[in-house]
Design a binder for this molecule. Structure first.
Ligand SMILES: [Zn+2]
Length: 430
């Protein structure tokens, strides 16, 4: 009961904070910054930077490597990384996601092994998160709704959304598709939450009449949703596809009624680190004004964000044109002058999809500096050659001439892992 009351309390707080932010009334925001800095005195890592109570710019910019290396000193709830990993891994293996460490929920992000993040959330933070999900994603309603939620691993963070009005059903990504279809047909969920690659499989099943569901809301999570996938899904589900941009680092953005993602700037500070000369693409450096167990301050993500100038919904929150993937997925080559040339994944995506409208799936993997693997799924045999030529053209425009592209019959994604269609596997091998 207390938990549910806190959700209602936070829901009111969130609405007020948003209203104040939108109307440019600063006292609330200044108070939040001050409170966050004051709380940092309980973090061994951040204590030295918390002397000036007003200025969070004194804090160092960190990244995942620094964050994980200093996990024990950063968190304010005395949890050691080793112990957090142990609990989270055991939960995943036993598929029992209830264990906590002294009331703190521990979760693992779905990165590749060796690159996985660990998140911590207190009961208060869980209640706050639920309120946020209700406010920004599910919408508050007194109608009974069932949610089909596809995840690689459940977490009691997600279980906390459960209530009499919201019936949460966890779908384990590792289970076979036929089983999902059977369960979904029986459940007929009102809300469907899954990553684009799963949504596409479900949309294919709707097209072939195997799956008969009509959710009133479809939410894409965890992977990059490309414009062409968004279009396809919208046509099958007959609605705007909503998106949630959430990772271990927090609940960063959600889509407006137009389907455009907006950063949750009412409780996040977003600094932009531009990574291209045109200043169109940036890495977000995020500061979460609400996280306490695990402060998230000036944390640079390696996601490539393309900025959207303005969204017709009129929101004041920073809009995202596209999340292009991660910086690790920028393909790197040598040109004819032996200079290094970096090409963003989005350029390859566009070259491939514009090569032939019959292409309905693809993958491009750089497995060695001069070698690319190309997967093309299409009804037409010529599609492969058209995509091949488009990629060679793009490389040629950048004075890269000696790249060998080989055809591959599958997209090289392991079941349960995130789909990344354009991928640089070279650096991992080093
Ligand atoms: Zn908008």
């Amino acid at each position: 009961m207390l938990f549910k009351l806190s959700i209602l309390y936070y829901l009111a707080e969130i609405k007020l904070t948003k209203w104040l932010y939108i109307h440019n009334i600063r006292f609330r925001r200044n108070g939040m910054i001050k409170k966050m800095i004051r709380h940092c005195t309980t973090s061994l890592f951040y204590k030295p930077f918390a002397q000036n109570k007003h200025n969070f710019e004194n804090f160092p910019v960190i990244n995942k490597a620094i964050f994980m290396a200093n996990f024990d000193a950063i968190n304010t709830v005395n949890i050691k990384l080793e112990e957090a990993f142990e609990v989270a891994k055991k939960s995943e293996e036993s598929r029992d996601f209830s264990p906590t460490i002294s009331g703190i929920t521990v979760g693992l992000s779905s990165g590749t092994s060796g690159n996985r993040g660990v998140f911590l959330a207190s009961e208060k933070e869980r209640a706050y998160w639920v309120a946020l999900i209700l406010d920004r994603v599910l919408g508050f309603s007194l109608k009974k709704r069932s949610i089909a939620f596809f995840l690689r691993a459940n977490s009691n963070l997600y279980d906390s959304v459960k209530s009499k009005l919201l019936l949460f059903h966890f779908f384990d990504l590792l289970n076979p598709l036929d089983e999902h279809i059977k369960r979904l047909n029986a459940l007929k969920p009102s809300i469907l939450v899954a990553q684009p690659s799963m949504l596409i499989e479900l949309a294919n099943a709707i097209e072939t009449n195997k799956l008969k569901i009509q959710p009133t809301k479809v939410i894409s999570v965890a992977e990059v949703l490309t414009p062409e996938d968004k279009c396809y899904l919208a046509s099958i589900f007959k609605q705007t596809i909503h998106q949630v941009y959430q990772c271990t680092e927090g609940f960063l953005a959600s889509s407006c009624e137009n389907g455009t993602l907006h950063f949750n700037e009412d409780f996040l500070i977003i600094e932009k680190k531009y990574i291209d000369n045109e200043q169109k693409r940036f890495h977000p450096i995020i500061t979460d004004l609400k996280r306490q167990s695990q402060p998230m301050i000036r944390y640079e993500l390696n996601d490539i964000i393309q900025e959207k100038e303005n969204c017709s919904c009129g929101s004041k929150f920073l809009a995202i044109e596209a999340i292009e993937g991660r910086s690790d997925d920028i393909l790197v080559f040598k040109n004819t002058k032996n200079e290094e040339v970096k090409i963003f994944p989005d350029f390859f995506r566009r070259a491939i999809i514009l090569a032939d409208s019959e292409i309905n799936d693809y993958a491009l993997i750089q497995n060695e500096p001069k070698y690319l693997l190309l997967y093309i799924k299409s009804r037409q045999e010529e599609s492969y050659q058209l995509a091949y030529d488009a990629i060679q053209n793009l490389l040629k425009q950048n004075n890269i001439l000696d790249i060998i592209i080989t055809q591959t019959a599958h997209n090289h994604t392991i079941k349960g892992n995130k789909l990344r269609r354009i991928r640089n596997d070279v650096r991992k091998a080093n």
